[in-house]
Design a protein around this ligand. Structure first.
Ligand SMILES: Nc1ncnc2c1ncn2[C@@H]1O[C@H](COP(=O)(O)OP(=O)(O)O)[C@@H](O)[C@H]1O
Ligand SMILES: [Mg+2]
Length: 307
């Protein structure tokens, strides 16, 4: 009887309609020749959006840069219950945008729209100037790295788990990523180092160690845009400092959207966006917002208990 119940759930899953993807702009390796972008097979470390135009059959290439903009975006999960209203914002390549605001303000929802876990009701989101609805979902997500509060580890070795960020990464690339994340230290002290077997979502690792692995996993993919949801969970202060250093190293040189819980992250952002009930109520740098003496100032002076 238990077998039947379990099987029913498996069939439920199999019967789910697949996610629709009508995107046709794809991500390709490229090189530059005489100032022109050319698609190529070699691993140049350079990427471009390949944009076939249906109207005239031409193909254009745009360098992958990590420029993300939202124009007047409205969104609701359920009809009649707006969650985001008139959200406009931009992140130029390499800029850091921090979201702050109370629980339920819409921070996670904004990041869910960038990677198209949900499609927007109204407005536009552009990535390197291209409407994200035209981009093939797999390729869009390939260009975005995510480090979320919950880390999903898989049964396999530490190395396998890091490599999950980029399936064709060499061992050297995985180790370099672990070093950047600050994870190499604890990994080399594990009984079997990088070959240590992880079971049951990393039950044999501490929470801080799991986070370091997820940072390493994001680092090995080396995407131009990162979405980070800083963990609030209490890990010991020493590990927290290591995790924070890893996060900082990961953010360097990338466009970053971060749901910030730490004051240091917020202070180091190019712009802080304060959300309240799905609207942007304030935006600016830490200093500008303090000067305004508005909501951010209140959060800041109130011991900075950010969600
Ligand atoms: N999958 C979902 N289905 C329906 N409503 C949701 C879903 N996820 C979030 N919400 C609602 O959207 C609003 C914004 O949530 P969220 O973006 O998670 O806020 P935050 O990350 O700022 O805490 C909340 O009112 C929440 O209840
Ligand atoms: Mg959230």
């Amino acid at each position: 009887m238990t077998g039947i119940a379990a099987t029913a759930r498996v069939f439920d899953l199999i019967d789910r309609p697949p996610e629709v993807d009508d995107g046709y702009v794809t991500l390709v390796r490229c090189k530059e020749e005489n100032g022109e972008i050319k698609e190529c097979e070699e691993r140049t470390g350079m990427w471009a959006w390949k944009h076939p135009h249906q109207a005239d059959g031409t193909v254009t290439y745009t360098r992958l840069r990590g420029d993300v903009r939202m124009f007047d975006v409205d969104f609701e999960y359920e009809p009649g219950k707006p969650v985001l209203r008139g959200i406009s914002l931009y992140a130029k390549p390499g800029q850091k945008v921090a979201f702050v605001g109370a629980t339920g303000a819409g921070k996670t929802t904004i990041t869910n729209l960038i990677n198209r876990f949900y499609d927007i009701a109204d407005g536009k989101i552009r990535y390197d100037g291209i409407n994200i609805n035209k981009i093939k979902k797999a390729d869009l997500r390939h260009s975005l790295g995510m480090v979320l509060q919950d880390t999903n580890l898989f049964t396999g070795t530490v190395m396998d788990n890091i490599r999950y960020g980029k399936l064709d990464a060499t061992d050297e690339e995985c180790i370099a990523a672990a070093k950047l994340a600050g994870a190499d230290d604890f990994i080399t002290r594990l009984p079997e180092g990088y070959n240590t077997f992880i079971s049951g979502n990393g039950a044999n690792l501490s929470q801080g160690q799991r986070q370091l692995l997820s940072i390493a996993r994001a680092a090995v993919a080396d995407p131009p845009v990162m979405i980070l949801d800083e963990a609030t969970s209490s890990i010991d202060t020493r590990t927290e400092a290591i995790v924070q250093r890893g996060m900082d190293a990961l953010m360097k040189g990338r466009t970053v959207f971060v749901i910030a819980h730490r004051l240091s992250t917020v202070k180091n952002s190019d712009v802080i966006i304060v959300l309240d009930h799905g609207r942007i109520i304030e935006r600016g740098t830490h200093e500008q917002l303090l000067e305004q003496k508005g909501q951010y100032y209140q959060l800041y002076t109130g011991a900075f208990e950010l969600e």
